[in-house]
Write a protein that binds this ligand. Structure first.
Ligand SMILES: NC(=O)c1ccc[n+]([C@@H]2O[C@H](COP(=O)([O-])OP(=O)(O)OC[C@H]3O[C@@H](n4cnc5c(N)ncnc54)[C@H](OP(=O)(O)O)[C@@H]3O)[C@@H](O)[C@H]2O)c1
Length: 217
């Protein structure tokens, strides 16, 4: 698959490295060309680098991996309003979390995925990969005592979802159907809630009983 990456930080590095290793063709785009080039060189496997606009025009799939405060400027620089992302699966892994409070900066309005979908003309947005730290995405593979990590995905376009599910499987993880894009804000809230526990040194896993225990007898 051809994958464009918007962003040069930890998530671009972690996910980009996994997908390049799995044989995908990567193009890293950054607002800083030297940073994009340095990341592409670190990832290797033939990864290329350039501008945000070049990355937007590169792949069937595009990963948007910038700080939420930078999403608007990044989409603008990428030419999203002019349709550079049109028809492409656009993965939104952003978390718009208020530091220290673990609430959403988007509270009271549309979630990040919906905002991104409104700005990126024709893009087929899929929310995902936002619920774990980059350290988890760097694991090869992210598998724990009870099995491979599940990755909830929310999106409206079946073809885009299928492409992203394939990328989830390529990392050794399992896709989890989270419903349509209207439910992406629930995932965003859940991540903020979980981060509150993790940053507080608490283990929320025990709060999730197995499916069988929740099902009616
Ligand atoms: N790291 C994690 O564990 C993790 C896990 C799940 C989701 N996420 C989410 O994934 C996204 C990327 O996180 P990250 O950890 O990769 O971040 P990071 O390492 O801090 O990198 C941030 C990226 O955003 C760009 N950026 C920052 N402020 C910007 C602005 N005002 N305008 C335009 N671009 C800006 C940076 O560009 P420059 O380098 O040029 O400054 C860089 O490419 C965030 O939304 C984060 O909430 C992170």
């Amino acid at each position: 698959m051809r994958i464009g990456v918007l962003g040069t930080g930890r998530m671009a590095d972690a996910l980009g490295t996994q997908w390049a290793r799995a044989g995908h063709d990567l193009f890293i785009g950054g607002r800083s060309r030297p940073k994009a080039q340095a990341l592409a060189a670190r990832i290797g496997h033939g990864a290329r680098a350039g501008s945000l606009r070049e990355a937007a025009g590169f792949g069937e799939v595009t990963l948007l991996a910038v700080a939420y405060e930078g999403v608007e400027a990044t989409l603008e620089a990428a030419g999203a309003a002019e349709g550079t992302l049109s028809g492409r699966a656009l993965i939104d892994c952003t978390n718009a979390i208020v530091p220290g409070r673990f609430t959403l900066a988007t509270d009271g309005g549309p979630g990040m995925a919906e905002r991104i979908a409104a700005r990126a003309v024709g893009a087929r947005v899929v929310k995902g990969f936002c619920h774990c730290a980059d350290a988890v995405w760097r694991m090869t593979p992210p598998v724990f005592a009870d099995g491979p990590l599940a990755v909830p995905l929310c999106g409206d376009d079946e073809e885009a979802l299928e492409a992203v599910r394939a990328l989830v499987r390529d990392m050794g993880c399992v896709p989890l159907d989270g419903g349509g894009l209207e439910r992406a804000r629930l995932l965003e809230s859940t991540v903020a809630f979980l981060l509150g526990f993790w940053f507080g040194g608490m283990e929320p896993r025990a709060a999730l009983p197995p499916l069988a225990a929740q099902s009616p007898a």
